[in-house]
Design a protein. Sequence first.
Length: 250
Amino acid sequence: MMNGSGTEYSIDAGTETYRGFVIDNIYHSPDDGDIHYNVYIPDSYDGSRPYALFFTLPGYEGLYFQGVGRNLEAESYGFEAQKYNEEMIVVAPQLSDWGETSADQTIALLEYFLESYNIDHTKVYANGYSGGGETMSLVMGKRPELFTAYLHCSSQWDGDLEVLAESRTPVYLAVGEDDEYYGSEPTKHAYDTLYGLYERQGLTESEINEILVLDIKEDSYFRERGMNNQHGGGGLFAYDENIMGWLFGK
């Protein structure tokens, strides 16, 4: 098959399902190698009208070498997202690391979906949790203009904030105050840096607050929800209507 730019590619479709997702599809990218992903496509999708698109990148426990579909078993973002828009395709890649290779593969897979499906380009969302957040931050430092909004969960920011600032793609940063893996300081630093970049662009406080949110959760947030681990508790953000509602309300 050919994509919109005339480059050849091929897809190996998965043959098994898990809670509505077809698992272990493989996009053979001509430039970025084999990219494994799980995908939920609503039964109502027939290509006649544009659908929203959501990419969810997992933490270390959901990478491909952990086992097919482990990201879906470990995290709920891909399932909870469906409650906010019935007309939305959900892609859950299973990549091999949380660095540049996976960032480039995420972009390649996203471009495949944008070219091959009828997607509403004003409703393209993403979240990244833990290591997946590191990957997605790199993506947002490369091609932020592809996204409507991004949710960064329990992670650190590795991407180019100046590139992100130029696009003004809305970003929500959520992390536990005492996250056992990252702490909250890297997230606070990313917020402060991005806020300063927007100030230098001449944006007002209210304008910045529309596109940039810092949400530091205290220990009580996790304990009240039955979690005694703040990093693992980042999975709770998938069930938080204030957080997920912000993402899909953009």
